[in-house]
Design a protein around this ligand. Structure first.
Ligand code: NIG
Ligand code: FE
Length: 414
């Protein structure tokens, strides 16, 4: 099956040949083709260019023509950090925070991650799958074409495995590309409150072998934070993951910078995520690595915590990726258009930097930069067509309105 998209005002983010990610000043560059066409065959981009170079149609069999009517085409967003398999929303905690309680206070009184874990325990795999599937349907409509999903609202062997099995099933049944991350070390369950060592042993000796056996995860994550998991815990868990080929993608520096970046980089992590607080040591370590710093501005927006100082990273010649952190506690939205708006408005990224960060760099942060993250011949045809917009700058500028007219994943119109 062949698809031709014609009359595209702008094809945004074309070709990143041999580029795994962009960093420093290169993040300001975004290739654009005006008045373009794209050809797709069997789910793969086979040609693109200016309308004047289009050869027209030689074979009318098995072909679908899409007229973009002056809309623009973007590669789908790659959302490299989400927790979208969860049971229920947590708007009561949201109201509690408005009334003055902090995120930490809520967590310490049994809310937060533990609250989500309690709600998830009673759901069947099927119910959880249906809820997650609906959320995926929604993020596809806002332009996401690849998503990393973490476990971490289980915190028992049964529930963690249940979440990972749901993710595995979603991988099989969705056109969206999915990567799965095991986050058993998301919080300390009540039962292990005074015996963290035993919980870490449960993760390493009971959960990881099942994950290896059933091939349930691509990556491993740890919430490395004061009152959650220490540097030593983080290293221990990441090393255990490495033994079964799970690469690290960690939660670090959300509230405190105390060595989480160094521990993650030294353990071979692919990305370090959050980074609301960054010090010079973190920057120095990242400079000598291939680890992708990832900012999650909708979490800062929702919790009212500092925004990640990404300008410092880019000015130090580093790359930055953007992701939504979609979860019920700190970012109940998986809308990457809004993430890009926040990146421009609050992180002071230019639209070019933000689009690079949400496409090619976030593709790298989930290990799929060779197949997604740009419009390039041979890459997967995961892309979206916008309504008529004046330029790509309009996406971050026009926050809150979905300008996406249609979405194609795996060469299929969604
Ligand atoms: O990435 N920081 C840890 N985990 C999530 C929040 C989890 C929750 O509050 O449910 C995050 O922000
Ligand atoms: Fe997160």
């Amino acid at each position: 099956m062949k698809i031709i998209i014609k009359n595209i005002a702008q094809i945004v983010q074309t070709e990143r040949k041999k580029t795994s990610f962009v960093y420093g000043d290169n993040m300001k560059k975004l290739n654009v083709i005006n008045d373009g066409f794209i050809e797709i065959k069997d789910g793969i981009i086979t040609n693109f260019g200016n309308m004047k170079d289009w050869n027209g149609i030689e074979d009318w069999n098995n072909i679908e023509i899409i007229d973009a009517e002056g809309g623009s085409v973007f590669p789908s967003y790659c959302d490299s950090h989400t927790h979208l398999v969860f049971a229920e929303s947590r708007e009561r905690e949201f109201v509690d925070r408005i009334k003055g309680l902090s995120y930490e206070q809520i967590a310490n009184s049994g809310g937060g991650i533990l609250n989500s874990a309690r709600k998830l325990e009673n759901l069947s795999e099927e119910e959880l799958y249906e809820k997650a599937k609906n959320r995926i349907q929604k993020i596809i409509q806002t332009g996401t074409g690849a998503v990393e999903i973490k476990s971490g609202y289980g915190l028992t062997t049964d529930s963690e495995i249940k979440i990972l099995r749901v993710i595995k099933k979603l991988k099989k049944t969705s056109d969206i590309t999915i990567k799965s991350t095991f986050l058993g070390a998301h919080a300390l369950p009540q039962k292990y409150k005074s015996n963290k060592k035993a919980y870490i042993e449960l993760i390493i000796n009971e959960m990881l072998p099942i994950i290896a056996d059933e091939k349930l995860a691509d990556y491993i994550d740890v919430f490395c934070e004061k009152n959650y998991f220490s540097i030593e815990d983080t290293i221990k868990i990441l090393n255990a993951g490495q033994k079964i080929n799970l690469i690290g993608k960690t939660h670090v520096n959300q509230f405190n910078a105390f060595g989480g970046v160094k521990a993650s980089v030294n353990s071979g992590a692919l990305s370090v995520d959050h980074l609301e607080i960054i010090n010079q040591e973190d920057i120095n370590i990242l400079k000598g690595s291939k680890c992708m710093p990832t900012a999650l501005p909708s979490c800062s927006f929702f919790l009212g915590i500092p925004y990640s100082p990404v300008r410092k990273l880019i000015n130090n010649n580093l790359p930055v990726a953007l992701a939504s952190d979609y979860n019920p506690g700190s970012s109940p939205s998986g809308n990457m258009n809004f993430v890009i708006s926040l990146a421009c408005i609050k992180l002071k990224m230019t639209p070019e930097e933000a689009i690079n960060a949400a496409t090619i760099n976030s593709a790298y942060a989930m290990g799929i930069e060779k197949e997604l993250g740009s419009i390039d011949i041979g890459k997967k045809a995961n892309l979206f067509i916008t309504k008529k917009i004046p330029s790509y700058n309009y996406i971050p500028y026009n926050f809150g309105e979905n300008v996406i007219a249609s979405t194609i994943l795996n060469g299929k119109i969604q």
